[in-house]
Design a binder for this molecule. Structure first.
Ligand code: HEC
Length: 148
């Protein structure tokens, strides 16, 4: 049989468990997580970095940080990037092979920005990847999904 003292101890353990759970829930929040600084760095690059190109930035075409449908310079509409992280790697018909999200980002830097793509494993590329991945938070994982 448990003594009142044991009950108190288990209550304390429950409270600690609840507090830890609450902390984990908070940690999944984009800005307060340890990923926060990287997400902000990626967003900053997305909205301001030209990668020594023609002067365009990602947001020139992918409007409002990529969270809404964008527009190409010729006015043709582009899907939003909110589920980009969920649908990559995917087959790219033009290149005739499977490409990763980082391949796609680098391709937009070379072709759309006419810039120098950040190296694989570099902070700028990782930050852009982390930023785009953060946009997919809470999206259904559909491997056959199309851009939204
Ligand atoms: C000149 C306009 C333009 C700029 C600037 C641009 N992109 Fe793109 N981006 C496009 C077009 C067009 C597509 C192809 C959309 C499609 O597949 O229909 C695309 C596709 C993408 C995709 C894949 C979307 C999907 O759902 O498959 C990602 C990710 C992406 N761009 C990221 C970026 C990033 C990061 C930057 C900045 C480094 C950038 N883009 C700059 C025009 C642009």
């Amino acid at each position: 049989m448990r003594s009142p003292r044991h009950l108190t101890a288990s209550r304390v353990i429950c409270l600690v468990a609840l507090a830890t759970g609450a902390h984990l829930a908070l940690a999944s929040d984009r800005d307060s997580s340890p990923m926060g600084p990287m997400i902000r760095q990626g967003k900053e690059a997305f909205t301001h970095e030209t990668f020594q190109g023609s002067g365009r930035v990602c947001e020139t075409c992918h409007l409002q940080g990529g969270t809404v449908p964008g527009k190409r310079p010729d006015g043709v509409s582009i899907p939003s990037l909110t589920n980009a992280a969920v649908i990559y790697p995917r087959f790219n018909a033009r290149q005739g092979k499977v490409i990763t999200l980082q391949d796609q980002i680098r391709s937009c830097v070379s072709n759309a920005l006419e810039g120098t793509p950040p190296a694989y494993g570099s902070d700028p590329l990782n930050a852009l990847t982390v930023y785009l991945t953060s946009l997919a938070q809470g999206k259904p994982l559909d491997m056959g999904g199309k851009p939204q």
